[in-house]
Design a protein around this ligand. Structure first.
Ligand SMILES: Cc1ncc(COP(=O)(O)O)c(C=O)c1O
Length: 371
C-alpha cells in the first residue's frame, strides 16, 4: 500500500536548498533582516511576473486582504460582494474594516461567483467585489469586469489560490484595482512560514499599502495614518524568489496531473470531477476537487488506502458562527451549501509520481465499483 498525503511540502524544498541556505547565510552575517535587497528584488520580480506596476510584500494573505480593502477606501456603511465558498479570511477582512459582507451564490463550473446572483445582490451601498479565484481556476473576468464597470464597483482580487493562473493570456492578480496573494506554506508559491504579497497598477493604492504595512509611518517615527506591522522578511523573500523561478513549470505539472485525473475519473456518473476550464483559461490547480453525496464514506475509504484528502471548505461563510453572531442574517445559497457538503480535495502537487497518480485514480474507481 502506498502512503500519499494530501500535500507533502518536503518534496518541493530539496531543489532550492542550496540557493536558499546561501541566501540565509548572508542574512545571518549581515543581520539585514527587514527591508533588504531580497524584499525589493522579490517585489520587482513578482510585479514583472504578474504584469503589474507594483508588488508589495507583507506578512500574510489575511493582512493583504485587510490592507487592500482599506487602501480602496472600503469601510463603514459599505457592502462588499463575496462568493459564499471563499476562505474565512475574506469575510474577516470585510468585517474588520467595518463593511458588511453580501454573500453570492457559487457557480460550480468556475467555483467563482454566480454572475446572475451577483447582479441581483448589487445595491446602492455596494462598494466592492472581493473575488476569489478558487482552487486556482480563473474567474470569468470579461463578464466580471463589465459588471464592475457598469455599476461602479471596485474589484479586489484574492488570488491566494492562483499564482500564475491566466485568463486570455493575462495573469490573474492584474485585473483588479488591487490583488492579494497569500504565500503561506501550502500555496503554489509558498514560503517557509507566513507570507503575502499585493499587486496593483495604481500608484496611490501602492503608496497606501507601502505605508499601511509599517504603521502608516511615511516619515520615520511619524505615522500619517493608522496602519499595521505587516512585513515580509528577508528570509521568506529569499525562498519566494527561488520558488518563483520554477512556478510556471510546476503549475504546468499540476495541469498534467489534473488531465490525468479527469481521464481516469470522468466515466463515473455519481462523481462530480473538477471541470476543465475553457481553452482561454489556465488554471493552476491549487486544489483538485471531486464531489459526491457519499463524500465522507469516500474519504474514509481513501484513508484506509493511505490517501490523504481535505475539505475546502466544509462550512460556507454564511453558516459560520463568526458571521451569524455578528450579522445574524439567513441566506439562501443552495449551490454553495451543496459544494461545501460534497466536495473533497485529492492530492495535487507537482512532485506526485506516476505510480501515485494511478494509485489514487484506481482507489477512487474501486470505491465506485469501477475497479
Ligand atoms: C483564498 C484565501 N485567501 C486568503 C487566505 C489567507 O492567507 P494567509 O493564511 O496567508 O493569511 C487564504 C489562506 O489559506 C486563502 O486560501
Amino acid at each position: 500500500m502506498l502512503s500519499i498525503p494530501l500535500l507533502d511540502l518536503r518534496r518541493g524544498f530539496a531543489e532550492i536548498e542550496e540557493e536558499v541556505l546561501s541566501g540565509f547565510k548572508e542574512v545571518f552575517v549581515t543581520q539585514k533582516v527587514l527591508n533588504g535587497k531580497n524584499l525589493l528584488s522579490f517585489e520587482e520580480e513578482f510585479a514583472r511576473y504578474i504584469g503589474t506596476k507594483h508588488a508589495l510584500g507583507c506578512a500574510c494573505g489575511t493582512d493583504a486582504l485587510l490592507m487592500a480593502l482599506l487602501a480602496c477606501g472600503v469601510g463603514r456603511g459599505d457592502e462588499v460582494l463575496l462568493q459564499a465558498n471563499a476562505f474565512i479570511a475574506d469575510f474577516e477582512a470585510i468585517h474588520w474594516v467595518g463593511a458588511e459582507p453580501v454573500f453570492v451564490e457559487v457557480d460550480p463550473r468556475t467555483f467563482g461567483p454566480d454572475l446572475s446572483d451577483l447582479q441581483k445582490k448589487i445595491t446602492p451601498r455596494t462598494k466592492a467585489l472581493l473575488l476569489v479565484h478558487m482552487y486556482g481556476d480563473p474567474a470569468d473576468m470579461d463578464e466580471i469586469l463589465e459588471i464592475c464597470d457598469r455599476f461602479g464597483i471596485t474589484l479586489i482580487e484574492d488570488a491566494s489560490h492562483a499564482h500564475g493562473a491566466e485568463y486570455k493570456g493575462r495573469k490573474v492578480g492584474s485585473f483588479g484595482k488591487v490583488a492579494c496573494f497569500s504565500c503561506g506554506p501550502v500555496k503554489n508559491l509558498n514560503a517557509l512560514g507566513d507570507a503575502g504579497v499585493l499587486t496593483t497598477n495604481d500608484d496611490e493604492i501602492a503608496y497606501k499599502i507601502k505605508y499601511l504595512r509599517v504603521h502608516g509611518q511615511v516619515e520615520k517615527n511619524h505615522s500619517h495614518f493608522p496602519g499595521f506591522n505587516s512585513r515580509l522578511d528577508e528570509l521568506q523573500a529569499i525562498i519566494l524568489r527561488a520558488k518563483l523561478k520554477t512556478l510556471d513549470a510546476k503549475n504546468e505539472k499540476r495541469r498534467e496531473i489534473a488531465n490525468r485525473y479527469r481521464e481516469g475519473l470522468s466515466d463515473i456518473p455519481e462523481l462530480f470531477v473538477h471541470p476543465a476550464p475553457p481553452p482561454y483559461k489556465k488554471s493552476v490547480y491549487h486544489r483538485f476537487v471531486i464531489g459526491t453525496e457519499k463524500r465522507d464514506e469516500l474519504v474514509k475509504y481513501l484513508k484506509e488506502k493511505g490517501i490523504g484528502t481535505g475539505y475546502y471548505y466544509p462550512i460556507p461563510l454564511h453558516k459560520h458562527k463568526a458571521y451569524l453572531e455578528a450579522y445574524g442574517k439567513a441566506w439562501h445559497l443552495p449551490q454553495a451549501e451543496k459544494l461545501a457538503r460534497e466536495l473533497v480535495a485529492i492530492p495535487m502537487y507537482p512532485e506526485l509520481t506516476e505510480e501515485e497518480i494511478d494509485y489514487i485514480i484506481q482507489a477512487i474507481r474501486s470505491f465506485f465499483g469501477k475497479g
